[in-house]
Design a protein around this ligand. Structure first.
Ligand code: KG4
Ligand code: ZN
Length: 336
């Protein structure tokens, strides 16, 4: 059995986790700086970087202690860390910490792609997962449909041509005067509203698997300017309905055009969305395959998913060279 310590600092969460090669999570600690960003309506890179700097040491220590390890000489085998994509200043802090621990403890170091981390998240809660699966990966920075042939073997089938789904949620929430991050707020309000009050366009109705959310965001702005008295809950429900309809229609197309699939999964922060969770479960039963819907804590950014990729990459490709640094724009399609 191999034991990994992982560090994740790609955005506003400082996270550390200890996971073993049987996918058992020994500890997972997350410290968010979100309260510092709320007043600005989005993550401020400078503030995120400073928060990581203060927090990364204590978070790693807590993850080691929670896993029952000696924080000075932990019996871990490898240190994994998010190398990208993400905010460069934030990534550099996690990377510097991971390299320092690896050098001090004389352990190998593995740089991990954050998006591949989200793809591994369902596996940590469902080690019985069978491949191939189609995964809808939707977060604040990315939206894509991925065909996973097995762990570490993926093919991007389609992706957003403009905003990510979470980004669209956050921008529409800001327009509606809701706090950041907007996704959970809109999701909560949508449950109290009617999706038929505003007619919003469903974009990208073609047969490819790409998405677009920028036009929808503009449509919300226009519709609310034209109908200023419409209730915020109704706007939230209409917007959520249009986002879910586009994502689920593309996912259905992916399921219909790929054969011998053994499941469908949701991943990324927007995978916490209630309409998407419901829709993916329905699609799974329509196609007669299991659905993999990670718990909310496993959907949003965490270091356990980074540890899982680190363990896989370490076993198959060996350690990374210490010269591997921050890769702020590292595309999933470039992960080999
Ligand atoms: O994956 P994540 O934690 O961070 C990134 O790597 O981007 O995703 C954060 C995004 C935010 O845009 C947030 O508004 C969105 O996930 N989000 C949601 C929900 N919970 C979080 N979007 C829609 N519905 C939700 N319930
Ligand atoms: Zn993420």
């Amino acid at each position: 059995m191999t034991l990994a310590l992982a560090i994740e600092t790609s955005c506003d969460d400082t996270a550390a986790a200890v996971v073993d090669s049987h996918w058992h999570v020994h500890s997972s600690v997350i410290e968010s700086s979100i309260d510092q960003h709320r007043a600005f309506g989005g993550v401020v890179p400078e503030l995120a970087g400073r928060a990581h700097l203060l927090t990364v040491g204590p978070v790693v220590r807590r993850a080691l202690l929670d896993a029952g390890l000696d924080p000075h000489h932990p019996a871990i085998d490898v240190v994994a860390v998010t190398s990208g994509p993400g905010l460069v200043g934030s990534l550099l802090i996690g990377l510097s910490a991971a390299k320092a621990y690896a050098l001090a403890w004389e352990k190998p170091y593995v740089g991990v792609n954050h998006l591949e981390g989200h793809l591994f998240a369902p596996l940590l809660e469902r080690p019985d997962l069978q491949w191939p699966i189609v995964t809808l990966l939707v977060s604040g920075g990315h939206s894509m449909i991925v065909l996973q042939h097995g762990p570490g073997h993926h093919e991007v089938l389609g992706e957003t041509i403009d905003d990510a789904a979470g980004e669209a949620y956050d921008k529409v929430a800001r327009w509606l005067g809701l706090p950041y991050p907007g996704g959970p707020e809109i999701d909560r309000l949508a449950a109290q509203g009617s999706a038929t009050v505003l007619t919003l366009p469903v974009s990208m109705t073609g047969n490819d698997l790409d998405f677009s959310f920028s036009g929808l965001k503009t449509a919300v702005v226009r519709a609310t300017e034209k109908n200023p008295d419409v209730a915020v809950a109704d706007v939230a429900a209409s917007f959520q309905g249009a986002v879910a309809e586009q994502l689920l229609r593309k996912l259905r197309h992916a399921l219909a055009t790929h054969h011998n699939l053994r499941g469908v999964a949701l991943a990324g922060g927007v995978a916490a969305n209630s309409a998407l969770r419901r829709g993916v479960a329905e699609l799974a039963s329509e196609f007669g395959v299991p659905s993999y819907l990670p718990t909310l804590a496993m959907c949003t950014d965490n270091a356990a998913m980074i540890a899982a990729v680190g363990l896989y990459r370490f076993a198959h490709d060996g350690p990374s060279d210490l010269s591997l640094g921050a890769r702020p724009n590292w595309a999933l399609a470039d992960v080999k």
